[in-house]
Design a protein around this ligand. Structure first.
Ligand code: GLC
Length: 480
């Protein structure tokens, strides 16, 4: 019998970090969950490519399969590129191996990041013959992979098997653009002079700008942020570029991996629970208070923040008014690392209010889970927030978010009322507006029946990828 052979549509999803292999932030969550969700709908064969870092999870790494190696030309360089693969939950992952570039303690912040990620971006295209996979869609994320669509549309332009590949570029945060001196064009990135216009912006080469110019579609991680970055307040200098490319720019709200973030099964928390077993959530609160050496009190709401401690997370509002809140009967827990000014503020606060406040300067998934499960109110007062995942995770664990109305926070958290909504939302970037929202939440917490209703509602909210994955598929379909 002759079978009807149809070529399945396919995506190469390129990211610089991806859970559960290696991650430093929200991008790893998205790269670790969107491809799985896309694979589930069955329309596209989705494969993920990422660098093989020294810090890649060791247990998983032992299961990788070596596929082969090639040389990747980059300007005058010609670099070794090994390729490993790993298959999990329907998704095939490829790892780009070069110890000179990736056997480092950190993922980013090295003096030669430009060269390291130019190599990675170029490798994604060069490995296609080796892995015998020429996708319909090349989907890249953030500045670290921005050169891949640029190479596709220049050095690989019209090349056999590459010529029909379409490029999608997703901006997770427009603040980090990848800026380099103009002298890097040929020497470091191996690009010809005629490409300079594409990348040049404000006297330097701007990789994010280049990717926006050449990609067939540009997306960002929430509809509100897609509108916001047309405005100079949010665009970090790129407003002329976002506006020129507005015709192909859209926002699709991220989801979270609801299997991973699940209080019913999470092995990291003190007691598992669902929205119908609220007493178990109380056990998590007690466990957290005991673990942190805070007084075990049910009636005092535990307010938490889990965040990178950087300016755009709205920390200036917190430093401004949080002491006022700490005069009330509340507890405050902060987990995160970042700018020294905020770290030392929280350290001071923990000393001054030692019976109420704890600061843990770490990036720790185990502790994060215990805090999501054990606190009552989750604070996220971002100045700018492309999507934000923590507010969704908090809801999933029945911890009611207090957020500022911006980007993905505005799109994911409907303000609470008696009959609707899942969080407290304040409009302006104003410390007292935040304080007012926090006080209202702490006050409502005292009304147990009302609060239980909110907790149930938040836990029942849909933050899965189901509908957003379909939106990505629709977008892919439109450009094929
Ligand atoms: C970036 C953004 C954050 C978003 C994440 C995943 O870290 O700052 O808002 O949730 O990417 O897209």
């Amino acid at each position: 019998m002759i079978e009807n052979v149809t070529v399945k549509k396919s995506v190469m999803y390129v990211a610089s970090e991806c859970n559960p292999f290696v991650g430093t932030g929200g991008l790893a969550d998205v790269a670790g969950s969107l491809p799985k969700a896309l694979q589930k709908t069955g329309e596209y064969d989705v494969r993920v490519v990422l660098p093989l870092y020294k810090t890649t999870d060791e247990k998983l790494r032992r299961q990788f399969r070596f596929i082969g190696n090639i040389n990747v030309p980059l300007g005058w360089r010609n670099q070794y590129c090994g390729v490993f693969s790993y298959f999990s939950e329907g998704v095939l992952y490829y790892f780009i191996d070069n110890e000179y570039y990736f056997k480092r303690d950190k993922l980013y912040g090295e003096y030669d990041d430009g060269e390291r990620f130019a190599f990675f971006s170029k490798a994604c295209l060069e490995i296609m013959p080796l892995i015998d996979f020429y996708p319909h869609i090349l989907h890249c994320n953030d500045w670290q992979t921005a050169l891949a669509p640029i190479y596709l549309k220049t050095l690989f332009y019209g090349k056999y098997k590459y010529k029909d590949i379409r490029a999608v570029f997703t901006i997770h945060n427009i603040e980090y653009q990848g800026k380099y001196g103009e002298e890097c064009l040929g020497d470091l990135f191996g690009l010809p002079d005629y490409t300079k216009n594409m990348l040049e912006f404000d006297g330097c080469l701007n990789l994010m700008k280049g990717a926006m110019e050449v990609s067939d579609r540009v997306t960002t991680v929430s509809p509100t942020y897609a509108r916001e970055i047309l405005d100079a307040y949010f665009a970090h200098g790129l407003e002329s570029v976002t506006n020129r490319n507005a015709f192909k720019l859209s926002g699709i709200l991220n989801g979270i991996d609801e299997d991973y973030y699940n209080p019913k099964t999470d092995g990291k928390i003190f007691a598992n629970y669902t929205k119908t077993s609220p007493a178990k959530k109380a056990e998590n609160k007690k466990g957290l208070q005991e673990m942190l050496g805070l007084p075990v009190k049910d009636y005092a709401p535990v307010i938490s923040m889990i965040s990178r401690l950087v300016k755009h997370k709205g920390l200036d509002l917190v430093t401004c008014v949080i002491e006022e809140l700490l005069h009330e009967d509340v507890q405050f827990v902060v987990l995160g690392t970042g700018d020294a000014v905020y770290e030392s503020f929280f350290r001071y606060l923990a000393e001054r209010y030692s019976g109420k406040m704890r600061f843990i300067a770490a990036f720790n998934k185990d502790l994060a889970a215990k805090i999501y499960a054990g606190s009552d109110i989750f604070l996220m007062p971002s100045k700018q927030e492309p999507c934000g995942l923590s507010q969704m995770i908090a809801c999933r664990y029945g911890t009611i978010p207090v957020v500022r109305k911006t980007g993905g926070l505005a799109d994911s958290i409907i303000p609470v009322t008696e009959s609707n909504g899942i969080g407290y939302v304040f409009d302006n970037f104003n410390a007292h507006e935040m304080l007012f929202a926090l006080k209202k939440a702490a006050d409502d917490y005292k009304n147990k029946t009302l609060w239980q209703k909110y907790v149930k509602r938040a836990m029942g909210a849909d933050f899965s990828w189901a509908s957003s994955a379909l939106e990505y598929e629709k977008l892919y379909d439109e450009i094929l």
